[in-house]
Design a protein around this ligand. Structure first.
Ligand code: KG4
Ligand code: ZN
Length: 379
């Protein structure tokens, strides 16, 4: 089954064609990220206008692998080559969501193809079901036997995901834990009560002077950190909120305040310049350690509560190399399997929207499909 999916929940305009929920046939993304740089965050009005500009070019480019010679009858192309349509309906920015939703409804109206509404946050985890050369079904422990079942999604090393799985979705707007008992059966276990992990990376990155380069900038700076005995660095530990609490909730809003306080203290007390690269690197290192410590600990708590067989990581923060490394270290002597998508499929795209639609979506009469900016993930 071939699904054409559209994603437009924030500042990316994306479309993809995916076969049977796992095989990418076409994948295109346009982003307005750099346009928001001078405001220090996404400007919804600007994002929506850019969605409008990019939607048709991204869609036509996505369909181009199916185009024969000069034919540009896209309606006919969809009728001939696509079985169903999928679109992100929420959560996200209303102006951005509307562009994708209205485009998808128009295509459904013009072609008569079924339309599947998709929850963006739940869909992130289905990036783990995609087969690509880059796909990393990374961690398999000796002694673990797998039976191959073609009904089950597999990642590139052909090992099917084993259930129950604990799925951690960590993006710019969400930090959520789910129990996945099958590709269809999901239960929400907990999430952030304030800022998301990605938001914590983004806000603290701005404090360190990295503009809107967020988690990637923190990761790069952290890798430059060299622990030394001289005092040109942060030596205090930042808070790891809710680390020892029984709940599976997260809280990251205190991190920004703690970084501000420590930054002021260290630079004033030691008369250090705030563009001292070692000082910045030490802060970046500790920020990354604090966030990833909490993410790993809470995920492992969920694993033991539900006797899970695998862990699935997804969302933009799942691109973080230190987070992946910590999971590998933690799982070193266990029998759990760890899955994470290639970096290009961690951040927003339409591939996982199509995959979710295939494994878990239900078609809805296109008249009834609506943008839902506050769509809940607590299922
Ligand atoms: O999933 P995503 O592309 O968009 C949302 O749905 O929110 O996630 C974007 C988030 C941003 O907060 C960004 O800073 C973070 O993912 N991110 C990272 C890394 N790459 C992207 N955070 C930490 N380390 C990274 N390497
Ligand atoms: Zn996302």
């Amino acid at each position: 089954m071939r699904i054409l999916a559209i994603e437009s929940s924030c500042d990316e305009t994306a479309a993809a064609i995916v076969e049977d929920g796992t095989l990418i046939r076409s994948n295109n993304i346009a982003t307005s990220t750099t346009m928001h740089a001078k405001w220090g965050g996404v400007v919804p009005e600007v994002a929506a206008r850019e969605q409008l500009k990019s939607m048709i070019p991204v869609l036509t480019e996505t369909l181009s692998p199916f185009q024969s010679q000069q034919k540009t009858d896209y309606r006919q192309l969809i009728i001939d080559h696509i079985d169903a349509l999928a679109v992100t309906v929420g959560p996200g920015l209303i102006g951005s969501l509307l562009m994708g939703v209205e485009a998808a409804k128009t295509i459904a109206f013009a072609t008569g193809k079924p339309l599947i509404p998709v929850n963006h946050v739940l869909a992130h985890m289905y990036a783990n079901f995609i087969e690509t050369d880059l796909s990393v079904a990374s961690y398999q422990l000796s002694g673990k036997k797998h039976t191959t079942n073609n009904q089950q999604p597999t990642t590139n090393n052909r090992q099917p995901i084993t259930y129950p799985a604990i799925s951690l979705v960590v993006s710019g707007g969400h930090t959520e834990l789910f129990l996945m008992q099958s590709p269809k059966k999901l239960t929400w276990l907990g999430g952030t009560i304030d800022d998301a992990a990605g938001e914590a990376f983004d806000k603290t990155a701005r404090l360190l002077g990295f503009g809107n380069r967020g988690g990637v900038a923190i990761q790069e700076a952290a890798s430059q950190h060299i622990p030394t005995t001289n005092n040109q660095q942060l030596t205090t530990k930042l808070p790891r909120p809710l680390l020892y609490e029984d709940s599976l909730n997260f809280s990251f809003s205190g991190l920004k305040t703690a970084v501000m306080r420590e930054w002021k203290k260290v630079s004033e007390n030691q008369h250090l310049s705030t563009n001292n690269s070692q000082l910045i690197a030490s802060f970046a290192y500790e920020i990354q350690e604090a966030i990833t410590d909490v993410l790993v600990a809470k995920t492992m708590k969920a694993v033991s509560m539900h006797n899970a067989q695998s862990i699935l990581l997804s969302g933009g923060v799942a691109a973080n190399l230190r987070l992946r490394e910590k999971f590998h270290q933690t799982l070193n002597s266990s029998r759990l399997a760890l899955y994470y998508p290639p970096i290009s499929l961690c951040t927003d795209n339409a591939v996982y929207i199509a995959s979710y639609a295939y494994f878990r979506g239900e078609p809805v009469d296109w008249h009834a499909v609506e943008a839902q900016p506050d769509l809940s993930v607590e299922i």
